[in-house]
Design a protein around this ligand. Structure first.
Ligand SMILES: [Zn+2]
Length: 78
């Protein structure tokens, strides 16, 4: 079961700044579902980091001012 829904910005994203292909598809654009390129993921990570976030929420609607997940009700099983 996957229960993390945020990515650590410094350890999970910015450490791959020199190898952005590793970040391809890590995030999807809200609304369209388009996979973001590594460069787009990085630019979002830098933007969030500049606002004081430590983590980048992924498909998470319950997070604090640092982007850390605050938990969820039991997720429905597929
Ligand atoms: Zn969450």
């Amino acid at each position: 079961m996957m229960h993390h829904c945020s990515i650590d910005i410094s350890n999970g994203v910015i450490r791959y700044a020199r190898t952005p292909r590793r970040l391809d598809g890590l995030l999807k654009e809200a609304g369209t579902g388009r996979s973001l390129s590594g460069e787009e993921v990085l630019s979002r990570a830098y933007d969030l980091a500049s606002k004081g976030y430590q983590a980048m929420p992924v498909g998470c609607d319950n997070f604090d001012a640092q982007g850390l997940c605050l938990g969820h009700e039991e997720a429905p099983q597929p």
